[in-house]
Structure formats: structure tokens, C-alpha cells
Design a protein around this ligand. Sequence first.
Ligand code: PEP
Ligand code: MN
Length: 351
Amino acid sequence: MVIVMTATAAEADLQAVVQHVQAAGGSAFVSRGVTRTIVGVVGDEDVLESVDVGLLSGVAEVVRITAPYKLVSRENHQRTTTVSVRGVPIGPDTFTLIAGPCAVESAEQTLAAAQQARRAGATLLRGGAYKPRTSPYAFQGLGVAGLRILADVRAETGLPVVTEIVDAADIDVVCEYADMLQVGTRNMQNFALLQAVGSAGRPVMLKRGLTATYEEWLMAAEYVAQRGNLDIVLCERGVRSFEPAVRNMLDVSAVPMMHALSHLPVVVDPSHAAGRRDLVLPLARAAMAAGADGVMVDVHPQPERALCDGAQALTGGLLDELTVAVATIPSLLGRRGAVTADPVTAAGSVR
Ligand code: PEP
Ligand code: MN
């Protein structure tokens, strides 16, 4: 059971709710989020249900949920959530293209990639300043210098920025520059990081772990939600399989399954699934046909010179083909213009 307090609930109201739960033999876990306070309740559901907490002052809603993930479950919200990233929607009515370089390498490269992304119809820019690399000898990202480049490119192009955070200790500096925090595959079960982004007041892109089940993925999302942040987008990016020809195996079933189990929007990253650019477009089309709320792709002005994941970066003609797919397939499923409203109202400002 989850008790959601009203925005105006007083501390005394909250304490009365906690005492009520404890008197009924339950345990109450209070999460003070940026916008709301939530009380998670654990205990004998039958006993707890006999206590009418909903009548107490300051209680907005009492949600009884059978799934182990509570706040992110479909039972909690019938309608799929629309997450707004500086005014750019990711949700059930639209289709959002997110594109950019795997890693921020330089100001010139990032600006060129952002311009490619915009031309292709992207309304959000992706780019890693902190890179979680398998090898400690591989390019690790530019760190704060990379974040500054992303902010400059946002000012130049108007594209809000999605960027990865790999360490909870970086939360303040990443939030200073990012519009959306990405938690990558390798950190999907970094619970301290999930809690930190849950308290950060920024939308979160939560990528599926390399071998994560749907339940594990949603429990990870629950860690973020439990801190009061329900602005979470799930990102399917392929899972480990026995087939070496592709980097990961894209699980298209994850799109309808996540929509069935959760109210959170779902995007697909075909680039990190495929690991090779010739497969990115067919996988992106499959994601659109399966009902994804968006796709996130790697682009690079000179993939052969990329410091990270050049083999999967789209460029030139392939990007033009992606633009055609984005402009046609989602609309067949009733989504508003694939290339949703251009977020730029003036240089550097975003509505
Ligand atoms: C990325 O999107 O840059 C990335 C590292 O992806 P993943 O976490 O899915 O491997
Ligand atoms: Mn990458």
C-alpha cells in the first residue's frame, strides 16, 4: 500500500498517518520528494486495509497495489505518464526522437552531431560526458568540460540535454547542466545512484540492465520513484544473449510488456542494442511499430574518428531514412507528428 500526501499536508498530518499505520501493526517508510511526500506501507494488507487512512487529514490518495513495484506499476496509474524534458514530451501521444553522439569529444563534434540530430527531427540531444566503459583504458569522457559543451550546444541549437550520470557524488554538477539524467545499463542496480537521481528534481532515463528481468528493471525504477520522482522513462537497449553477431539482443517485447506492467513511457535505443549501424534503422522501425514512445540513436559527424561506439553511429543517408521512418510509422499508430513541436522559440531558449 502507498499513501500519497497532499502537497499542502502538514508535518503533524504526516506523523498522524505514520502513527495510524504503526498502531495497525504496519511499518511506514516516509519518502520526502521534491513535489510530494509518499508513505510506503509494509505489513499485513488485510489488517492495514481495515484502518481507513484515507480519511485522515492531509492524505491525497491511498493506493493498494499487488505488484512488488508500487509507484511505477500500471495499477497505480491507468494512463501512461508523459514525462516533460524542458517542455519536450515523452509519452503516449507523441513520438520523440533523441539523438546525439555516444560521447562528447569536443565542442565542434558535439555541435555538428546536434545539428545532424536536429535535421533528422530530434527534439532532445543525447551525449555522454561521463562514460561507463568496460575497459579502464578506453576514453572515459570529458567530465565537467563535456557537460559545459552540452550546455553550450543546447544554447546554440535549443535541444534539451540527456546525459549519463555514473556516480552519485556527481549529482550536483550534472544537474547544473543536464535536463534529463540517464542511468546506464551498468548502473541499473546501483541503488545509491538511483536514490540520488530520485531526489535530484530532474527527469530520469533508466536503461535496462544487461541481464535484467522486467521485474528487476521496474524495481530499479521504484527506487527512483520512492524518492518522490515519477518522471522516469524506461529505455530498452538490448540484453545479453548467446549471439555474437550483434552487441546485444533487442527485446521488442519489452515495449508492450513495460506498457502493460507500468505507466512509465518506454523508449528504445537501437544503437546500443545493435552495435552496428546497418541494423539501427530496422530495429528503430520495429520499436516504432511495437508502440515505443521514442527512440534514442547515436549520430556522429565522422563515425570513423569517434572515440566511442563509432560503428553504430548514424550519419548521412541512414539518418535521412530514419527521418522518413520517424515521420511516418508512429503516426500510423495515432501518435502526433513524429517530429513534435520544435522546442526552439529563440536561440538558446526552450519552451
Ligand atoms: C549510452 O547510452 O551511452 C550507454 C553507455 O548505453 P548503455 O548504458 O545502454 O550501454
Ligand atoms: Mn555508447
